[in-house]
Design a protein around this ligand. Structure first.
Ligand SMILES: [Zn+2]
Length: 282
């Protein structure tokens, strides 16, 4: 499926800061242009030009960020399958931006491991190997029990209400049938883990979790036995129960077992492709 068919109903997720990356991509030309103008002697004109360039630069950052958010949602929701080509030209046309802006959005996704770029071939939705899949879950096993303990120490009654609302949403999608409800359920399952990370109050860990949840979604799309998220709704409910009763050790243990269960639902055996004869039905 091409990206043009997919991007129609993308929702925009929370804005993230990529100031360092954009500082390089977009402000380098700005610095050069400003210096050229100043060397020409027209300081006032130069300042006006610089202001205009700065404004354009900022707008380009916003556009690239919005495109990144849209594409990320489409990848995480599995509307864009692993291996799908993401051409700069098509992305630029769809979002009515230059190739430079489209390239910046794709590079952001590449840094996050959701897009793979190949020399002379372009960008593709990442296709994680079984080993990479194992590493994703090994990382989650190290990080998420600690997040559960941190969240347990900070959780408020308002947070518990938010968790309950999140669980209700998951339950509603589980009860519905069809691929759209299934994608929504998987996204809601991931959102539970992100909500826990936000309650834990560590912005850096939260960023890690955003990447790990997104990568997990790709891995589940490729290797899930049942074709759905193995994020058990009842296990999420138990974790919230442990948070509510301030049993932090139990919350941590439940999270560890939960991640084990998600990984156990995957089939990470390396499968040999069909032989030529078999593939051609001879
Ligand atoms: Zn889960």
């Amino acid at each position: 499926m091409c990206i043009a068919q997919i991007m129609g109903d993308c929702s925009r997720s929370a804005q993230k800061s990529y100031a360092i990356f954009f500082g390089f991509v977009f402000t380098l030309p700005l610095v050069r242009k400003r210096r050229v103008a100043l060397e020409g002697g027209g300081n006032i004109i130069a300042m006006n030009i610089a202001d205009q360039i700065y404004s354009t630069d900022s707008a380009n950052q916003d556009r690239a960020q919005a495109i990144r958010d849209n594409l990320r949602d489409a990848i995480v929701d599995r509307r864009l399958a692993p291996g799908t080509k993401l051409s700069e030209g098509e992305v630029g046309t769809l979002f009515d931006v230059s190739r430079t802006v489209a390239r910046a959005a794709l590079q952001m996704l590449s840094f996050e491991g959701l897009v793979r770029t190949e020399r002379n071939r372009g960008a593709f939705v990442a296709n994680p190997s079984p080993e990479e899949a194992r590493q994703v879950f090994a990382s989650r096993r190290l990080i998420e029990p600690g997040i559960a303990i941190a969240a347990c120490g900070r959780v408020t009654s308002a947070d518990i209400t938010a968790f309950r609302a999140q669980l209700d949403e998951e339950g509603r999608f589980i009860a519905e049938r069809g691929p759209t409800a299934r994608r929504s359920e998987i996204k809601a399952s991931g959102d539970f883990h992100l909500l826990l990370a936000s309650v834990a109050g560590n912005a850096i860990l939260q960023r890690f979790m955003e990447e790990l949840v997104a990568r997990s979604s790709l891995v589940i799309a490729l290797y899930g036995r049942s074709g759905v998220s193995a994020c058990g709704h009842s296990e999420h409910t138990e974790i919230v129960g442990a948070l509510e009763s301030s049993d932090c050790e139990r919350a941590s243990q439940l999270m560890l077992h939960h991640i084990d269960h998600i990984e156990a639902d995957l089939d990470l055996r390396v499968r040999a492709g069909p032989a030529l004869k078999e593939a051609l039905n001879f």
